[in-house]
Design a protein around this ligand. Sequence first.
Ligand SMILES: Cc1ncc(COP(=O)(O)O)c(C=O)c1O
Length: 409
Amino acid sequence: MLMLGLLVLARGSATVSASAGSTSDTPYVHAGRGGLGTTAHIPPIDLSTTYPIPDLEAASKSMASLGSGGHPIGNSIYQRMHNPNVDRFEQAIAALELLPEAVAFSSGMAAITAILLAARSADGSKRHVIGIRPLYGGTDSLLTSGLLDVEVTWATPETVGEHVRADTVLVVCESPVNPTCVLVDIAAVCKQAGSVPVLVDSTFSTPVLCQPARCGAAMVIHSCTKAIGGHGDVLGGVVACDEQWAKKIRRVRALTGSNLHPFAAYQLHRGLQTLPIRIRAQQAAAAELARRLSEHPAVESVSYATEAGSNLVGPGKQMAGGGTVLAFTMTGGYDAARRVMCEVKLVTPAVSLGTTDTLIQHPAGVTHRSLNDEAKTAGGIGPGMLRLSVGLEDVEELWADLERAMRMR
Ligand SMILES: Cc1ncc(COP(=O)(O)O)c(C=O)c1O
């Protein structure tokens, strides 16, 4: 059960704590950075793939702990088992998500894969997963593919309770949803799920805007490739969860080798320091662009959650603000959306999101292309829809670029 009090960083190496619902930026700067003494100000990057073994008995004990998904007892043994930079980043994420532990991966998809493998019972008798659509196209494809031998039932946020069975091991949702930017009521989903753990992909929110554990989520994942890295130059994923889940998920990581590289961990840990100021600045520009787009005659509709329009947004609510990503649909349908993507000059037509520069993409044609037409229609992913991830550029210059692109015939 989540403790909504002070959560002190794991394993005593750092002293900064994050409090539930805290709006302090301090943990973003300091979490996971303790224990350096006078050796360094910035955590050194440890690229070692192996560690010398001075004491065989001690190393055997450490290996036994690591092999079963635990932490090292002294010796790190081997990079696939443990790395100090990865460990520091994980400690920071756990503190920021108000959960006891975190496990980092080479990508967001690697994190989701490990969770699904860990959730399935070893004998395969329990392998039912409820997916709340829409989800990121890659997650949807993974669940649909049959690769991981899980049985998936697709649900809406309102129908989760109807699909829970004795062999259900996990409920998977996103909030805000990729690509429609619709918010899912996490507390309501958790209530319906009952004792079944709920995994929330919080990539669009980051802990700055939403800490799903406060709403009852058992696990929170991020594609760190997005806002946490923030600069479009590092791929990574992370899951925050309790000790039992962390042990199971770390064991899968140790066995399958989907580790985050130490340099990537260093970059992601560094990215956390500026995350709150980036998110607030990008969110302010996104809110302004959403407002202007909603008044533009070439735009049929805009999807961007606001305090006025959603009871899930606002101080103390599920989400502190609408976020940095919005979706909008052109009245001219596919051709108009395609033109905007081709005509923007300052904005980059590209997938991904959360970078310091603004990106635009066409979900139906690219990120969510693999969904069948029925799933696209049900999820509201139409041919005229564009998804805009707003960066740190001057909002007037972004608007001028978008407006000119929308005018082009
Ligand atoms: C919401 C969401 N979850 C997961 C992923 C997968 O992350 P990665 O590309 O780091 O594997 C993405 C990628 O776009 C995403 O948008």
